[in-house]
Design a protein around this ligand. Sequence first.
Ligand SMILES: [Zn+2]
Ligand SMILES: [Zn+2]
Length: 461
Amino acid sequence: MAFELTFHGAAEQVTGSLYVLRAGASTVVVECGLIQGGREAEARNADPLPVAVDSIDAVVLSHAHIDHTGRLPLLFKQGYDGPVYVQRATRALCEIMLPDSGYLNEKDAEWENRKREAKGQPLVEPLYTREEAEQSLALFEGLGYGEPTTIAPGLTLTFHDAGHILGSAIVELRYDDEGRERTLVFSGDLGYHESPVMNDPATLQHADAVLMESTYGDRQHRPYAETLEELGDVFETARAAQGNIMIPAFTVGRTQDLLYLMAKHHDEWRLDKWHIFLDSPMGIEATDAYARFRHLYGVQLFETDSRQPDLPNFHATRTTEESMTINEIRSGAIIIAGSGMCSGGRIHHHLRNNIWRPECHLVIVGYQAQGTLGRRLVDGADEIRLFGDTYKVRARIHTIGGLSAHADQQGLIDWYAAFDNRPPVYLVHGEARAQVPLLERLRSELSAPASIARYGQTIAI
Ligand SMILES: [Zn+2]
Ligand SMILES: [Zn+2]
């Protein structure tokens, strides 16, 4: 009986993860991620899924990031009503992120239809709605790490801590084919061992085939101590200038890393003079999930028995009214707000109030895609447009590159090297430029049977 896997996404690219596993008569979809990166690529999200919905027996998702989960509501919309296995904390995060993704789809469709209506063209439907995303959550079954669970005849799923974001998992799938056991291990997104909050990724010793992410397969992260020093310098310069600090941040992971680092280095960075605002309803909800699942990582981020971050002068501004009170502050506010690439959200209001003031600072802590406002600011734009007006960029822009949630090249090599039988390894979730140097090192240093996963390719395990 066959135990095989076909690559239908994140092959020679990062986003849109989707793999189809066949184990005997059963079909399992592993990951159901959204394709991201510009209009043309994103239009492909509406393409028919590569597998008939009524033939799917189970779905497994490694973690809550939208490039791994964002097409799940579409599968539900098309009639899938079987189980979706996730780590328990991933379920909590998906309750926040998938409805938001549905809401963004509705907004996109509305925007597109306004243009189409004017031209007399047929209207489009959102990929899925907020309501459909909410309904799809009923299919989710949360599992703990290290709990083997039978998900199809002869097929056992075990999650292991991937150390990437809260609830992130390495997916181990073991198939017992009439006494002959075969194991597939999928890395999911692997964490960076120096990142402050999450544990190190778990290592496994045996597999018959490995799928490994390769986002930073061409890169060595700089020493973490340097990143902390840079952050400390920003706070020092900003204190002397007496303005505000804006930090556009992603909801999950980066935001909680920042809160933890500010608490840990509070005295050293002399943060007692600052008020720290988390001005993002989604960021606040995600931080609350980090509080509820605090047993899943090794540091103390919250006050004992409380969901309040263990950080003096911290304010979570949930409502619009609370958020607007920040507009009056001219000096001494650290404002963490979405969106992470400044492409929308409350950060626009803070940019409007602060970007033209030379005493203010904008601190970029995450990747800024081509075409986003965040990228234009990093690239040195002298003015930006917000709410129909033009603003001069006079605030100082700092880019802090070292806060990655992904393993670097050495981290990936070390994770694979823990397998004592040197199984075939297929690189996924990376661009060719990142995959080739990693492939070469895996082959030359570890004699690994390594290859780059090709779109549509099927491997036997
Ligand atoms: Zn991820
Ligand atoms: Zn990813």
